[in-house]
Write a protein that binds this ligand. Structure first.
Ligand code: HEM
Length: 477
């Protein structure tokens, strides 16, 4: 018996010495994170990873160890090193295997830089601003923004914009990818079901189980399998085989004669962009409209209204500085993907923010913290205040720390499309209406973490739309 105790004590001693000698132990952080990842995993499974990490940063500063093999950073220097060194930064971790589509790797779920850049070359030009701003795309987005407004003002009662914003985002992205085969979920019941299938799911814990126990995943019971999307799959497979898509769509590029992609690969890539483009844009707009609708923020709505109605309707969307400030401030306060984008430190290890971090350590930055920690750059960080983006002083620092779309070669491909969609919708709404939070609004708007993204906890946001009289005052209906 004594020999068993001695062997156990010996093994524990070796484990402790190894941990104590690891360079990552020298990083700031709570003592227990040098020995176990239990605290991190507990907060992940209870939907609290983002705030756990944020609070550690508030206590320990821009570098914090969060597990024996994982560290979080919140400085510009770290962002540049992790996400942009050599163009695309470090390789992704296996967390991204969860984002395979039809069992296949896509651009987003590819882990290594080389394979990623090959796939990116096949499609990047579709998301260039010059393509997004083509008349056919912008007028399709504008039509959908008008459908959104019609939906919202169809009755004099309050309206759940959470639902219709997700429809708007889905119709926008599918039109961009598949025109003329884009969805019309704002107007069609069967297309609406696809929006529901993609938006209302709860698979955080199920995804985490698959990530941490991949070998057991094939034996999990059916109710532990992450979301199914049969209607979406049927639609995407059909659209990816379209014979004559519009020339400037994503699918036209991916299915061109000399494309190296199979039909299944095209479908997987398109499904990924569809999923990437619905919750992000939908939730981002939802948080934004909720903020603007609060009584103490009506001043911001008035400033937006003044800008939108005093310049000509022909003015290009990037010439509305207040509109730009409102969008950026919403994405700063509630980034639709607020959590860490994990990467592996490359072979040989790297020095990040003055700390040597060994190879294969998982490192990341999370937008939620990057947008709040440095109060010299973002004073009163938790306050929604679009005006901060108009101050000349500190503009460069603010823009450099704006991390909602990530950065470098693996930053958001759909950024231009998302910005245009958001701005077109806001222009249609706030040049004509004042919105207020409805008295029957019961949905909780706290940020609810998903696997890396987030959404309003209550998945409902009831607002009132009041048409403005000429001169700007809202007519109370
Ligand atoms: C407000 C809206 C959006 C936000 C805040 C956003 C944010 C992001 C972020 C942070 C990433 C990097 C995530 C990571 O490294 O883990 C990303 C990647 C990506 N996003 Fe977006 N996104 C938005 C809208 C869109 C739209 C509309 C599309 C396309 C239709 C899109 C397509 C993609 C794709 C394809 C990637 C993978 C890029 C790559 O790996 O090279 N996103 N997005």
């Amino acid at each position: 018996m004594l020999s068993v105790w001695l062997a156990t004590a010996f093994l524990i001693a070796i484990f402790l010495v190894q941990r104590l000698r690891s360079p990552i132990t020298k990083l700031p952080g709570p003592w227990h994170t040098g020995f176990t990842s239990l605290a991190l995993k507990y907060h992940e499974f209870t939907s609290n990873r983002r705030l756990f990490i944020h609070n550690l940063h508030k206590k320990y500063g821009v570098v914090v160890r969060i597990a024996p093999n994982e560290a979080s950073f919140a400085s510009l220097e770290a962002i540049r090193e992790i996400y942009a060194s050599g163009g695309s930064g470090y390789d992704k971790t296996e967390l991204y295997d969860l984002f395979r589509q039809f069992g296949m790797k896509t651009m987003f779920s590819t882990l290594d830089k080389y394979t990623h850049s090959q796939r990116k070359r096949e499609l990047a030009d579709r998301y260039a601003m010059t393509n997004v701003l083509r008349e056919e795309h912008v007028s399709a987005i504008t039509d959908r923004a008008r459908d959104f407004v019609s939906r919202c003002v169809a009755s004099s009662k309050s309206v759940d914009v959470y639902v219709w914003l997700h429809c708007y985002a889905l119709d926008g992205v599918t039109n961009f990818m598949f025109s003329p085969g884009g969805l019309q979920s704002l107007n069609s019941d069967s297309d609406f079901e696809i929006m529901e299938e993609l938006t209302y799911h709860q698979s955080l814990q199920k995804n985490l189980l698959h990530y941490y126990l991949p070998n057991l995943a094939p034996y999990f019971p059916k109710n532990l399998t992450p979301r199914h999307a049969p209607k979406t799959n049927t639609y995407v497979l059909k659209m990816s085989a379209q014979q004559d898509p519009s020339q400037h769509t994503l699918v036209a590029k991916l299915t061109r004669k000399d494309s190296p992609l199979t039909h299944a690969q095209v479908a997987a890539e398109c499904k990924d962009h569809m999923a990437a483009g619905i919750d992000t844009t939908g939730d981002g707009l939802c948080f934004l409209m909720y903020e603007l609708s609060q009584t103490h923020h009506h001043l911001f709505q008035d400033k937006l209204y003044n800008e939108l109605t005093t310049v000509s309707s022909e003015t290009p969307l990037d010439r509305f500085p207040y509109l730009d400030a409102v969008v950026k401030e919403a994405l700063r306060c509630a980034p639709p993907i607020p959590m860490s984008f994990p990467r592996f430190v490359p072979q040989g290890g790297r020095t990040i923010d003055g700390y040597y971090v060994p190879e294969k350590t998982i490192v990341s930055c999370q937008p939620y913290t990057v947008h709040r920690l440095d109060e010299d750059v973002f004073p009163e960080p938790d306050r929604f205040n679009p005006d901060r983006w108009l101050e000349e002083k500190g503009a460069a620092e603010r823009n450099r720390l704006f991390f909602a779309f990530s950065t470098g070669g693996r930053g958001c491909t759909g950024r231009n499309l998302a910005m245009v969609e958001m701005k077109v919708l806001l222009r249609e709404v706030y040049s004509r209406f004042r919105t207020t939070v409805a008295v029957d609004m019961a949905g909780c708007m706290d940020i609810d973490d998903q696997i890396i993204s987030a959404r309003p906890r209550g998945q409902s946001c009831r607002l009132m739309f009041c048409e403005r009289a000429e001169g700007g005052d809202a007519i109370i209906q």
